[in-house]
Design a protein around this ligand. Structure first.
Ligand code: ZN
Length: 194
C-alpha cells in the first residue's frame, strides 16, 4: 500500500467530472487500497478519486472507525485492538469501496457540519438529503445497493459530489462561497510563500 497525494482547493482536478469505470479490473484493488490508506492516515472518513488526482468514479468511505492516541489512555484502560498508523491506534474499521455510485432514491433534508481533506481548516454546515439509496459496483464488479442515513448518508453525498467536480463549499450560499474561496486561496498562498 502507498499513501497518495491529496489535492487541495483550488487545484483544477477537484473541479473536474470523473468518468465511469467500464471494467473493474485488478488495478482498482490497488487504487482502492491506496485510497483507504491515504484516508485513514489523514485521517478522514471519505475520499474520492478526484482528491488523489484520478478522474475515475471510485470513492472509499468509513464512518465507523475510531482513532485513539495511546498517550490519552489512562492506566488500566483497555487498549483497542487495531493497527497503528502514525503512532495512533485505528480500530473498528468498516471500509466501503464504491465504484460508479449513483443515488437512486433520496428522502428528507438534514444539515450537518462538513469538512474535507481537500479544503483544509474549513468547516461549514451543508444541507443534504437525509436518507439515500445508492447503487454501485463493488470491487468485484458486482452491482449492489446501500441504504444510508445520518453520517454515512452525508459522507456518501459529499464524496459523490467530488466525482461531479463539486466541493462542499460550492453548496454554500453565494456570499458564503465567495468568502470561503477567498479565505482558502489566501491561506494557500501564505502556505506556499512560507
Ligand atoms: Zn471532500
Amino acid at each position: 500500500m502507498a499513501k497518495l497525494k491529496i489535492y487541495t482547493f483550488p487545484d483544477a482536478v477537484l473541479a473536474k467530472k470523473a468518468i465511469p469505470i467500464e471494467r473493474v479490473g485488478k488495478d482498482y484493488f490497488k487504487l482502492a487500497d491506496n485510497m483507504l490508506e491515504t484516508m485513514y492516515d489523514a485521517p478522514g472518513i471519505g475520499l474520492a478519486a478526484n482528491q488523489v488526482g484520478i478522474l475515475e468514479r471510485i470513492i472509499v468511505v468509513d464512518t465507523e472507525y475510531e482513532v485513539t492516541d495511546p498517550e490519552d489512555l489512562k492506566p488500566g484502560d483497555p487498549v483497542p485492538a487495531g493497527e497503528v498508523v502514525n503512532g495512533q491506534i485505528i480500530s473498528g474499521k468498516n471500509p466501503l469501496i464504491l465504484i460508479n455510485p449513483e443515488i437512486v432514491f433520496r428522502e428528507g433534508k438534514s444539515s450537518m457540519k462538513e469538512a474535507c481533506l481537500s479544503v483544509p481548516d474549513y468547516t461549514a454546515e451543508v444541507q443534504r438529503s437525509e436518507i439515500i439509496k445508492v447503487r454501485y459496483q463493488n470491487i468485484d464488479g458486482l452491482t449492489k445497493t446501500l441504504d444510508a442515513e445520518g453520517l454515512l448518508a452525508v459522507c456518501l453525498q459529499h464524496e459523490m459530489d467530488h466525482l461531479e467536480g463539486t466541493l462542499f463549499i460550492d453548496r454554500l450560499s453565494q456570499l458564503k462561497k465567495e468568502f470561503a474561496k477567498k479565505k482558502l486561496i489566501k491561506a494557500r498562498k501564505l502556505e506556499e510563500g512560507s
